[in-house]
Design a protein around this ligand. Sequence first.
Ligand SMILES: [Zn+2]
Ligand SMILES: [Zn+2]
Length: 382
Amino acid sequence: MTKRDYYEVLEVSRNSSDADLKKAFRKLARKNHPDKNPDDAEAENRFKEIQEAYAVLSNPQQRRSYDTFGHESPGGNPFGSGGFQGVNISMDDLFSGGFDSVFSQFFGSGGTSGRRSSRGNDVLIRHSIDMEMAMLGGENELEAKLLVICDTCNGRAAASPEGVKTCGTCSGQGQVTQNRKIGPFIQQMVTDCPECNGTGRIITDPCSDCRGQGRERKKQTIRFGIPAGISDGTRMRMGGRGEPIRGGGGSPGDLYIQVHIEDHDWYERDGSDLLMALPLGYPELLLGTSISLPHIDGKDISIDVPAGSIPGDTLEVKGRGFPRARGRGRGNVTVLLKLYVPSKLSKNVKKQIEGLRDEIGIDLDSIEDLVRKEAKSRRRIR
Ligand SMILES: [Zn+2]
Ligand SMILES: [Zn+2]
């Protein structure tokens, strides 16, 4: 079963506010609550699905990540390897709004592991390359304005080493633990430390260049290699080149470059093969010809059209497609023959063709036989 879109699950639009989300969650959670639907497995699943959607969308960082990556977050399942397990929320909590703190424990602070996440956000950049680069690979670069570690304080966020103190409230853990009674359950909740906003550090002497953020937005030139034969939509990861944590400390997230391959003027790609259509006049099809075209790999490609070719025939030029996986040579170029018909004929040409009709036209008396034969023909016609 495919996973449903979180916004769809909550029946809200993508730009709905936090208050809208909360309202939608409350309504749906009440409707599908196990207390109201005893022994209804379907409602139970829906209840879980609604919880998961709300857990992600009510967390600003998770919502951003979901809006960017959908269900395929580059960091893996946001709930850890086990996926979302569901939480116990009583009807009382749904009425009183007591469910807020149940959900705030999920991320904020490193998910279910209970350890503070000391990693910044991942960043995704989309990058276009032409078909030639996709086939041959090579060095590439792009420019982007990104959050990077502040040069002045080297990400410390304070002007001097003495300006960073360990937070006393959480002893530098960035998190505080609370026990909460939810219906019949006692739930131990770990939330971000309100004193240090989860960083575990108090900055008494903020760096003036980054105003105590430990990071700054800067134009960056990012260089990277494109492997030969790359597929459209491939995401390349650059570890540690994502966003540093706000407030300093920890390590930056990862940077992902998603490669988009631009359309070629005449080729279409099918895995390691290339497809193209070649328009030819009736004389070329009838008599055969050899066509030379510039090719993506830098060397001209020559296509030998045998005499007696028919529109719809395909020709194969072996070994001139994209590199195959694991070094198993290259794919092929498939050429589909088309008939080129001039839109206008001069009187003189028309006359010549009329003269040829008896020779190369069809015999209208035997049209039924021809149609029958055509139906039996093994030739592929597109
Ligand atoms: Zn700084
Ligand atoms: Zn703290």
